[in-house]
Design a protein around this ligand. Structure first.
Ligand SMILES: Cc1ncc(COP(=O)(O)O)c(C=O)c1O
Length: 425
């Protein structure tokens, strides 16, 4: 977007909203309200997305079918429960840039990560390492370190964490490529985020997958902060596997069913459960495990219907809006926020990369100066009804989400931040 060449005002933000072809989408979400019943300025979709209004009806339908049909609902519910995950397949495949058979909604993020690491992390000989980013989300690090230890190896040797260069926050793809060129023969698997949760940096996953494959390594991705945020092309970039949660940009609700992608070229030994058995013979309950084709064959348990129903509502909205249009608006919204935050330099410092290709919705900032100022500013924002979040030691994360945030939201958020910064001693 081109920045307005004048002092930005709430009116100018409203004019941007009037010109927004997706403005009506906001009405399809429940907007949280503060104590005064005024809508909050919700800039926290990177943590928990808002509820699509249609989610309530879909959950109620399942409760009603449970009440009405009990066990018969497995086959006779409006949306029968046995093949329930199929309701999510096309929408997820479209967002993941995958063939429908390559994705499945199942379980939750860290569990899915464990299941896929169990199958894809095959240390042998000198090739034992897993490469991740320094400062990875704690659960990912725990999963990876425990997978290494589970195989009798030492995470202090086999877990490699790539850091940003001194004095910087982000990791250029060149750093990953250079590491793999030099040490790739010792790396079994690269696990990389689509968007880094703290910095908001988005990565060129195609480059990372190619670099991993050139070095003979498996390329797996954690898309918790990427799916529904950025266009993805997992099939075409030849990713081996990916996992995600559905409660952030996918607006699936707290604890919503997670998801995974397994490239169609992979059919390998896995940890199995009955729901991954091919459906035609699953209920014969035989001793042999015969996997369903594709990612569906990686399921373990029957799906949590009540934690999956809201995602149907959300994926329908993604389908109507289209990821290309959402992304166009997202680049403009986040660019508008960046423009307003830059007016608060040097107190407010941007951590997230400035190039639109290297970020999604989220901007991460730090407040410069003595320790404690960041937390003070964050608390002031919250008190003003601006909902972002704080990540230790010094980061405020704000994410305008194109489905339900407006330019006016961004303006109000930045204004509250400006006031909080002005009030600092
Ligand atoms: C990057 C990342 N990994 C892992 C998790 C943990 O997810 P879950 O509790 O669904 O396993 C999160 C949750 O926010 C996350 O952002």
């Amino acid at each position: 977007m081109t920045h307005p060449p004048y002092e930005p005002t709430l009116d100018c933000a409203r004019r941007l909203d009037e010109a927004d072809p997706l403005r009506a989408l906001r009405e399809r979400f429940a907007l949280p309200r503060g104590g005064n019943a005024e809508p909050l300025v919700y800039l926290c979709g990177h943590s928990l997305g808002l509820m699509p209004l249609a989610a309530r009806g879909l959950v109620m339908e399942e409760l009603d079918d449970w009440a009405r049909l009990a066990v018969l609902g497995h086959e006779h519910a409006h949306r029968p429960w046995i093949p329930y995950h199929e309701n999510l397949r096309e929408g997820l495949a479209s967002l993941a840039g995958a063939r429908p058979a390559e994705v499945v909604a199942m379980s939750s993020l860290t569990v899915n990560l464990h299941l896929l690491l169990a199958a894809f992390y095959r240390p042998s000989g000198a090739r034992r390492r897993i490469l991740i980013e320094a400062g990875a989300f704690s659960s990912d690090r725990h999963a990876v370190a425990s997978q290494i230890a589970w195989r009798g190896l030492d995470p202090r040797e086999a877990l490699v964490e790539l850091s940003p260069a001194a004095g910087t926050d982000t990791i250029p793809e060149e750093t990953i490529e250079a590491y793999l060129e030099e040490h790739g023969a010792e790396v079994a698997l690269v696990l990389w985020p689509g968007v880094q949760y703290r910095t908001g940096q988005a990565f060129d996953l195609g480059r990372i997958a190619s670099a991993a494959h050139r070095a003979g390594c498996v390329a797996g991705f954690d898309l918790a902060h990427a799916i529904g945020n950025l266009p993805l092309a997992l099939h075409d970039i030849d990713a081996d596997f990916a996992v995600w949660c559905s409660y952030k940009y996918l607006n699936g609700g707290p604890g919503a069913i997670g998801g995974c992608f397994v490239h169609e070229r992979h059919d390998r030994p896995r940890l199995a459960g009955w729901w991954g058995h091919e459906p035609a013979t699953r209920f014969r309950m035989g001793p042999e495990f015969r996997p369903a084709p594709g990612a569906a064959g990686w399921q373990i348990s029957n799906p949590p219907i009540l934690a999956a129903a809201p995602l149907i509502a959300s994926l329908a909205l993604f389908g109507q809006a289209g990821m290309a249009r959402l992304r166009r608006k997202s680049v403009a919204l986040t660019g508008f926020l960046e423009y307003l935050l830059d007016r608060l330099a040097p107190e407010v410092q941007l951590i997230t990369p400035r190039a639109a290709d290297s970020r999604g919705c989220q901007l991460s900032i730090r407040i410069t100066g003595p320790q404690g100022r960041g937390q003070t500013v964050f608390d002031a924002l919250t008190a003003q009804g601006i909902i972002g979040d704080w990540r230790d030691p010094d980061t405020i994360r704000l994410a305008p989400v194109p489905s339900y945030n407006s330019f006016a939201d961004v303006f109000r958020g930045a204004e509250a931040l400006a006031q909080a910064v002005r009030r600092l001693p």
